[in-house]
Design a protein around this ligand. Structure first.
Ligand SMILES: *Cc1c(COP(=O)(O)O)cnc(C)c1O
Length: 353
């Protein structure tokens, strides 16, 4: 607390990012980073750029990368908006498109940054309870609202919502912007991008942090109708016109061009997820079906917080949320095969003890 802070700053309860510990040999399964590095093409693209002129400002709309993403999804570049990580893109969306007189709706169990953005921008919201099996029922969103947002697959549950359900939501709420946060869509889900041409109220957010292994580069983007994207550009150009530097633009282009590497690494994560799911099931865990690069698990006998602590003492970090309904769950990022095996072997000895 400081007398120099505004009332808003004094009242904020900021988002707490998963920790990035500076410990060697730690098995880090807490923030859903990709266990594999980015495409090798990324390093050479950056290397090339270092010889060029970093003296100049980057293109304000990250043009080269914007074009590559537009081509990839068969959109017009005017339908793509880039930001410094999807968290920044989301901030502009909350600020520019979701500040309405009716409350914003999102699931009670979902990305914990959403209520923080609401607080920052003074947006009223209602959290709609997920069903007992942690699935989302679109009928529950049939109430007055100033917008709807949810991750698909959901975080931290991993549960996927089908395109038919998303289409129902778009039809039922034609006057609201419906934001689908597809941070994990490449790990087995189907993107809603093809629905953009049918629904002017659909906005899709993706990130290069997870499936494209570039969390350290901070690249996120939104895709939707030209109108929605223009709204976001108005906000961006009233805040920071150059959210992406030359390096992330080059890195992003290189990562998108290496489709083979992208598909191979996503598939490896998916195969490991299936294997880990089986192994944890055999150790007495209930595992929520996941379409992400993480699994949400609950042990039938052992308390989650205590398990997380014991894992940490063995050099393995997973994520535990002190939140009602999910305090007995752990969210575990899919690691390399070796990391997953280490997790299973440590858990095996912990649970025998
Ligand atoms: C990781 C994540 C983000 C943020 O991604 P960045 O692009 O790294 O800011 C957004 N939404 C969800 C649901 C996420 O899990």
């Amino acid at each position: 607390m400081s007398k120099y802070w505004s009332d808003l700053v004094s009242q904020l309860k900021p988002y707490i990012p998963g920790e990035q510990p500076d410990i060697a040999n730690i098995t880090k399964l807490n923030t859903n980073e990709n266990p594999y590095g980015p495409s090798p093409q990324v390093a050479s693209a950056i290397q090339k750029l270092l010889n060029e002129d970093l003296r100049l400002y980057p293109p304000p709309n990250a043009d080269g990368l914007r074009q590559v993403i537009a081509n990839y999804y068969q959109l017009d570049p005017k339908q793509v908006f880039l930001g410094n990580g999807s968290d920044e893109v989301l901030a502009h969306i909350f600020n520019g498109l979701l500040q309405k007189s009716e409350p914003l709706l999102f699931p009670d169990i979902s990305y914990s940054f959403y209520p923080v953005f609401c607080q920052l921008y003074g947006i009223s919201f209602e959290q709609i309870p997920l069903a007992k099996d942690l699935s989302l029922a679109v009928e529950d969103y049939n109430r007055p609202n100033g917008g709807i947002i949810f991750p698909n697959p959901n975080a931290p549950t991993g549960r996927l919502l089908g395109l038919d359900a998303i289409e129902e939501l778009l039809k039922d709420n034609p006057d609201s912007v419906v934001v689908v946060d597809e941070a994990y869509i490449d790990f087995g889900g189907e993107t809603a991008v093809p629905l953009i041409e049918l629904y002017a109220n659909l906005l899709i957010v993706q990130t290069m942090s997870k499936s494209r292994s570039l969390a350290g580069m901070r690249i996120g983007y939104a895709m939707g109708s030209v109108d929605l994207i223009e709204g976001l550009e108005r906000i961006k150009n009233s805040f920071n016109s150059y959210p992406l530097g030359h390096l992330p633009i080059a890195a992003g282009i290189a990562a998108f061009k290496d489709q083979e590497y992208f598909e191979a690494t996503c598939q490896r994560v998916i195969d490991s997820r299936d294997r880990l799911t089986n192994n944890l099931h055999n150790l007495g865990f209930k595992v929520v079906p996941s379409a992400g690069n993480f699994i949400f698990v609950r042990h039938v006998k052992r308390a989650a917080e205590e398990l997380a602590l014991s894992l940490r003492q063995n050099g393995i970090i997973v994520r535990h949320f002190k939140q009602s309904r999910i305090e007995q769950f752990l969210r575990i990022t899919i690691g390399t095969e070796k990391q997953n095996e280490r997790l299973v072997s440590v858990l095996t000895s912990l649970l025998e003890g």
